[in-house]
Design a protein around this ligand. Structure first.
Ligand SMILES: C[S@@+](CC[C@H](N)C(=O)[O-])C[C@H]1O[C@@H](n2cnc3c(N)ncnc32)[C@H](O)[C@@H]1O
Length: 467
């Protein structure tokens, strides 16, 4: 079932309260529950009206999964005010509704077919980057909301800060987002999505009440545009034209993704000496611990590329070529879907050895707290669960690492990074790149050449590699 997560009754009732807070629905009003599942919100509206003894508005539930229809039909066949449509909410234009309430499906792009992705990208402004269906549901629900209408949705809080949700923030900021309520992490039991209830009126923008999980509240004016909202909602004033980490680095990227670590990553001990010229010490995120002294050197990664990002022809790989051509190895590599349009022994992503094999700072992609390690030798090859940060001035590596390890940088990263499960932080390169540096760190890190804010060579280089 695509994204079926039923909403608990208590949460439904709170959201229906918020929906009808300024005015009770009239019998002529219309209420929509898109992706209605087994009708939790429809039931919530029926309860709300029943408790107050008022006539029901006209309620429509739209659900694409046929397996829910028998339940829905059985529940509402005698309820003339309720209509259930078996349809794809995203595929059609709908009438305008006075109220929209629901819990849209959380379906990552990876669960969509190529056709679905192409179709959504063509139809929805919010279908950008690695989008999720709930962003599109938000967009579609906004376009289905009558003037003066109200919408209450429960979604992951991620839309407040992830880059992918920039187009949605841009859209929402044109309405009156009345309230953003970060609700209990365990609202959906084991499934931790850091849920957020958004209450919105189809009216001109106005002040937004932010309710934090610890009960703190704050009123803010959401800015127009795509910028993340979370720092503002948390109370930080982002330094406007500060020099950022990206300005003083040549690269901030995720480590090497081979698409077949089982083939390319081998224990260093007992490695065939003939393979050594292609072998580099390597670390994965799980091997990095705050207490460790030196980098663990248990594993090596075999890299069939040169420093100019060129995949070497098999005949120049010697013993590595023979190893890769072994029947079992070749079969494993051919089975990878990630390299369909590349030579069969290519990596999932081309490794940029010129930058990787330099003194650099490493951090895990996901961790309880941000923690940074310095690879002074420049010999360690980080794998895809490790980010690497290459300072433009190698001499500034300790100043930069010192700042990254400071409480001030940690606080900024905690505010600005996405959260993974168990409250862990996901340190993405985009967030690291935006980290503002205090003047003294920026000056030291820039060496003798001053870097104007926003002139990120990292960005320029990344773009030039993508071309
Ligand atoms: C997170 S569940 C919420 C179910 C219900 N509203 C609730 O809160 O208990 C999302 C629902 O959306 C449905 N859904 C997913 N994609 C849909 C689409 N394109 N059109 C209509 N419904 C869809 C799923 O089948 C699922 O029942």
């Amino acid at each position: 079932m695509k994204g079926f997560v039923p909403t608990p009754r208590e949460t439904v009732d709170t959201m229906v309260e918020l929906l009808f807070r300024p005015r009770a629905p009239a019998p002529s009003n219309t209420v929509l529950d898109p992706g209605c599942g087994t009708g939790e919100f429809i039931d919530g509206v029926l309860r709300w009206c029943d408790r107050r003894g008022i006539a029901l508005p006209r309620i429509t539930g739209i659900e694409s999964d046929p397996r829910h229809l028998p339940v829905l039909r059985a529940k509402y066949e005698r309820q003339r005010a309720v209509r259930v449509e078996h349809a794809d909410f995203l595929a059609h234009d709908h009438a305008k509704y006075d109220f929209v309430v629901g819990n849209p499906p959380y379906v990552p792009i990876t669960a969509l077919s190529e056709n679905e992705k192409a179709e959504y990208r063509a139809r929805y402004a919010t279908a950008r980057g690695r989008f999720d269906l709930y962003l599109l549901f938000f967009e579609k629900a906004l376009s289905s909301l009558a003037l003066g209408g109200r919408l209450v949705f429960i979604t992951p809080e991620k839309y407040l800060y992830v880059e992918t949700a920039g187009p949605l923030r841009n859209l929402l900021a044109r309405y009156h987002v009345e309230e953003i309520r970060l609700v209990r992490e365990d609202t959906f039991g084991e499934l931790v999505t850091y849920p957020t209830v958004t209450v919105l009126g189809n009216a001109a923008p106005g002040p937004t009440q932010m309710v934090h999980r610890d009960g703190r509240t704050k009123t803010v004016n959401l800015p127009p545009g795509r910028d993340p909202w979370l720092p503002l909602l948390e109370g930080a004033t982002p330094p406007r034209a500060a020099v950022t980490l990206a300005d003083v680095c040549v690269r901030i990227s995720c480590g090497v993704a081979t698409g077949a670590d089982g083939v390319f990553v081998l224990p260093g001990d007992g490695l065939d000496p003939a393979l050594r010229r292609f072998a580099h010490p390597t670390v994965a995120g799980r091997e990095l611990t705050p207490a460790m002294g030196d980098f663990p050197q248990r594993f090596v990664i075999l890299i069939p590329y040169d420093t100019n990002c060129r995949l070497l022809p098999l005949e120049r790989l010697g013993a590595l070529g023979h190893y890769l051509m072994r029947d079992d190895i070749r079969r494993r590599l051919l089975a990878r879907t990630c390299v369909r349009r590349k030579p069969w022994y290519a990596f999932h992503e081309t490794p940029v050895l010129l930058d990787i094999l330099r003194p650099k700072i490493l951090c895990k992609d996901i961790g309880e707290k941000p923690h940074f390690w310095v690879d002074r030798s420049g010999q360690i090859v980080p794998r895809h669960s490790v980010y690497y940060i290459v300072p433009r001035e190698p001499a500034a590596i300790d100043v930069i690492a010192g700042y990254l390890q400071s409480p001030r940088a940690h606080e900024w990263l905690t505010r600005n990074c996405q959260r993974a499960s168990k409250g862990f932080l996901r340190l993405q390169s985009r967030a690291l790149q935006r980290l503002p540096l205090p003047d003294d760190v920026a000056l030291a890190a820039a060496g003798t050449r001053a870097v104007p804010p926003g002139r990120s060579r990292t960005r320029q280089r990344e773009l030039s590699f993508m071309r």
